[in-house]
Design a protein around this ligand. Sequence first.
Ligand code: HEM
Length: 447
Amino acid sequence: MGLLDFGFGLAPLSGVIYVIASSVYLLYFHPASKFPGSKFSAVSYVLYCSASIHGRYPYPHSPNEVLFYTPQAAMDIYSPAVRNQELFVKTDLMDFGAGDLGFIWESDPAKRKAMAKKILPAFSAKAIKEKEPLVHHQELTKVKDGKTSDAVEMIRQSSFAGNLFQLSQEIPIIALAATSFVPLRVLRLILAVLRANAAEVKARIDKRGKAKHRDFMDHTIEPEGPPPATEKELVHVEQVTFQMFIASFDPVQITFHAVLSFTLKHPKTYAILTKEIRDAFATYDDMTPETLTHLKHLHAFIYETLRFHLTTPTGMPHISPGATVDGVYVPKVVVVQLSNFTATRHERHFADPLDFRPERWLPSDHALYDKRYAGDNLEAFFPFSLGPRQCSGQAIAWSQTRMFLGKVLWTFDLEGVRGHEFSFDRDFSVHMLWNRPEVGPRFLPRR
Ligand code: HEM
């Protein structure tokens, strides 16, 4: 036997030994081995990859990961903090290799906190009130042209590639496979998005201190100060801007699409909602973020939409510092997260969890309150996450969505388009962003 033959025989053998040794370690000695769950998922990424590639939630856990679904677990994972710095540190899931993790994707708690200190004043009640006229204008424009942003559309088309990139960090061979799965067109698209972002940032830096309205950039760069001095500083600003754009746009437009889809799918609820809105406001201009908060059914409808169509199906993976989660000690370095999808669809938390039932969010003195949902655990639901990293834009998101749906249903009668019927579980999937069918509707002048 030649040296070469010997080498070829050894390679598969070492592979087999490696798989057996790592499986034994993961099953019996790894810090996560004592947790219940699929043994296959404890030793391999096969089920996790398959769910991820098909965009189907809930994902099974991956090796070194424990999923929880109780509200107590969510509180134990996302809330603990010392001086607003989280104790369960975010993983680097969102590190796409730019060399800087910006703000929302930053896993280093101290770096994220420093950025939060600059940006969070943009979310004060006063700052939000100042932006109200813009929101009025923006919602209407969106309804009129019926379009989502071109940039988001480009990002959506490249989200599968982003998903593969994330998987390849765990399983390097996926990077090889990705070259066959990701068309050149998508790679060009990613570059185009990054270039467009860099160009916008540069233009905004040049305009600093002279923008018509105060925006998040005024909190990212000094309006009166010098421009970023180094390439590293510039990349940081680009990352923060990109993330703020995605965070403030994508979940809101998902919710707009979802509220329209569910009004079409549930005609009885649509009728109740439309009546509530039209009875409450004599004129269009009476609708403001404040006046719309009094509409109980509108509130319930939006809540149920957020539950049924989570904008962020994952709870976001964090690393245990060695701490107790829902009464169970999770050793250091084990990755934990709330499986949001499981939590919101579990019978333990919600009656008829797979049915769209806004009534569950109504107060018990409301005429349409249904006792069937009295046992629902409404606290088991965190659409905006919780703790130091919870959504800073939730007040804006609520007022945008209320105004959007209030104004649309006040102004138009909606009609479904034949052939656009959908089933959420069959037709919606998610990579990094949601893939969903066109569902209409037709906007007809109100009768
Ligand atoms: C329906 C709409 C929205 C939903 C469901 C939503 C949900 C979330 C969630 C789940 C997180 C936590 C993400 C994580 O842990 O990595 C988050 C973070 C964040 N969101 Fe939102 N969001 C919405 C709208 C908005 C809007 C309109 C803005 C800005 C105008 C915004 C700004 C942010 C920011 C800045 C963070 C990061 C907070 C931090 O790390 O301190 N979001 N959002």
